[in-house]
Design a binder for this molecule. Sequence first.
Ligand code: NCD
Ligand code: ZN
Length: 438
Amino acid sequence: MFDVVIKNAKLFLEGKVQEAELAITDGRITKIAKDIGGDNILDAHGSLVLPGVIDVHVHFRDPGMTHKEDWYSGSCAAAAGGVTTVIDHPNTVPPTTTLKSFEVKLNAAKKSIVDFGINAGVVDGAELEALWKAGITAFGEIYMAESMGKMCVDDDALSNALKTIAQLDGIACIHAEDERIIKERTEKLMNKTDPSAYSSSRPNESEANAITKATESASTAECKLHICHISTKEGLRLLEKNVTCEVTPHHLFFTEKDWDRLGTLGKVNPPLRSEGDRQALWAGLNRIDMIASDHAPHALEEKEQDIWSAPPGVPGVETSLPLMLHAVKAGHISLQCLVERMAINPARVFGLNGKGDIKVGNDADLVFVDFKNVTPIKADDMHSKAGWTPFEGMDAIFPKMTMIRGGIVFDGEVVGEKGYGRFIPGEGATNLYINEGK
Ligand code: NCD
Ligand code: ZN
């Protein structure tokens, strides 16, 4: 009757951990009860079972920069980190700004072993309506300042785009930094060679100004707004009630003090901030909707340049859940806070139906965890092509097993078949691309 029944599990159900069995049929959760029984049993050996993580901010670099990452390597890293769904951002080569480039990305993503959404890029001339109908998840990140990929938009382009996105009833995801402030500061600091000058070149007020501007523009356009990788106490204070946001593990765990240890490996946008900002982010987790990795891998040789030439970004899709689980064990956040921010809220905000929670009818996207399993993060164990991690040596709790739609993709090693991952069409999708060939 059921394909498999998971027993001896502690399931995270309705906000708390409960001992129950869970049955799966055709990739979906079909029953949850104290005692289901059946022939095909999967013994969880007392593991905690959480909904699979949805990482709404990854840069898998495919097409165009596959020496940094590709859909297979990136998705293997995701699976090993308990991430069952990723949303890929548009600053690839070509950028995902036209229907044609969307098709190219969808084709590249056929290598994925985890389920995925694809975001559309917003630049002058981007085919926003066609992309929405093709099934993109959301618009952005929309770059209010240059980051990777030369996709920065000016104020007029932003407000025009937000009007179009509002008409489509989509969500605008904003990279909130102020290009003018950054340019001015960078010119003054360019002669500095100490990597920490990079934080000064992109100050807190740059994020604050950008959030204010984006909020005003979105409210005029009546457009739904999501702030990517929020990093400052000022930014947090400026968040209007109806605006959602995400925070990254690197901004939760690192500060400017880490420049000494990380050197140019610590270069990321927005940059590493003060201890006061870091504490404000932890204290503000109740207001923050999601934890997303902003997985932005670069090759080590690329990062080992002077601070102004090195590309911005750090890998993180494989380490975000493990670091946050360790934070749960250390008493810094509750398990409920983690699950809401890493699975439930991402699914709700981005309309990923059937994902994000353990309940009957949803996809059986599950992560099996043992809190006793504390291990230090090692670059050698990671699956990203980056080959390095800023979190080297930090304690983490990696999943024992990751399951997507009832299929095991990671059980200590990657076992998911290349191409197992499915495209999750967004809310504007016509049926053109839905699960092509599957
Ligand atoms: C990201 C990248 O490398 O794609 N880099 C980064 O520093 N965060 C782009 C981005 O998210 O801004
Ligand atoms: Zn960004």
